[in-house]
Write a protein of this length. Structure first.
Length: 289
């Protein structure tokens, strides 16, 4: 399956880790993701590092995508990642709060400007050059998931396998609901999708939660804290969650305890319901020990 075909399966609401080992695959993915966004009327911001902004724009033009008007009106922005990310470094540490505020500002601005969606491309090769710590990076990526729950934003974070050893890439991938690459299966869909619901207030989860997206899953559940209305628990719709491992079940139990009015789980499959019961028993035993 080509890079272009895989990229076309990324939708608003998806935050994916694109793991590649070839500049051509990265170039094709960025070009396709951006071109699709412009065609759909989305705002697109590319934070580029491997390629200069002029090269990214030239790639789009070569692919038959006119950029002059999109750039002129602000629908398309192509900026060096070093200018955007590295300004949030403080003594070698990422200022995660400031980065998240900046991201929130971009999301709000796109909505004010009337765009139906915002597409973000983040070329993360700058991480290897700046020596940014893995803990800071994964915390930022995990906490950024909250901005995708309303299905107004799609994000593709590019990680070069040649710069990120397997253990680091696995950790980074776990902060994203899904990790993909140019050679994904033709039937690929994001492993986990999470959508905010308004009536009743809560979340709907679709897919699977396991070791590969554990930090993203925990971060998504974290938004439910305090979300209940008038003392009523927030609703977590699990009818679309086909699998959850023990760690995910533990995260669900702890989110229930942390939420102001608890959580009301609906659509919980029998196997997961039994697993949650075992986890609750285990956690209760630890508390009383």
């Amino acid at each position: 399956m080509t890079a272009s075909a895989v990229v076309d399966r990324v939708q608003l609401g998806d935050h994916v880790c694109w793991a590649h080992d070839d500049e051509r695959d990265a170039r094709d993915a960025v070009t396709r993701f951006t071109a699709t966004g412009l065609r759909l009327g989305h705002k697109v911001i590319c934070f580029t590092d491997t390629f200069a902004p002029a090269v990214v724009r030239a790639n789009l033009e070569d692919a038959g995508v006119p950029t002059q008007t999109a750039v002129a009106v602000g629908q398309l922005r192509i900026v060096p990642a070093m200018e955007s990310y590295v300004r949030h470094l403080r003594g070698g540490r990422l200022a995660i709060g400031a980065m998240l505020e900046s991201l929130a500002g971009e999301v709000a601005r796109a909505q004010r400007e009337g765009y139906p969606g915002l597409r973000l491309v983040g070329d993360m090769t700058w991480v290897a050059r700046t020596g940014t710590g893995l803990d800071d990076l994964t915390r930022y990526e995990a906490q950024a998931n909250r901005f995708f729950l309303d299905r107004r934003v799609a994000g593709m974070c590019l990680y070069d396998r040649r710069l990120f050893p397997p253990e680091r890439l696995r950790a980074v991938g776990a902060a994203h609901p899904a990790t993909i690459g140019p050679y994904a299966d033709r039937e690929w869909t994001p492993l986990l999708r999470a959508y905010r619901t308004a009536d009743p207030p809560g979340l709907r989860l679709v897919g699977e939660a396991d070791q590969s997206n554990r930090d993203a899953f925990a971060a998504v559940l974290g938004v439910l804290t305090g979300q209940g209305v008038a003392g009523r628990p927030a609703v977590l719709d699990l009818s679309g969650l086909s699998f959850a491992d023990v760690r995910a079940a533990t995260a669900l139990v702890r989110a229930d305890r942390a939420a102001t009015a608890g959580l009301r789980l609906v659509g919980c499959r029998p196997a997961l319901n039994r697993l949650l019961g075992l986890v609750r028993e285990s956690e209760s035993a630890e508390w009383t020990a």
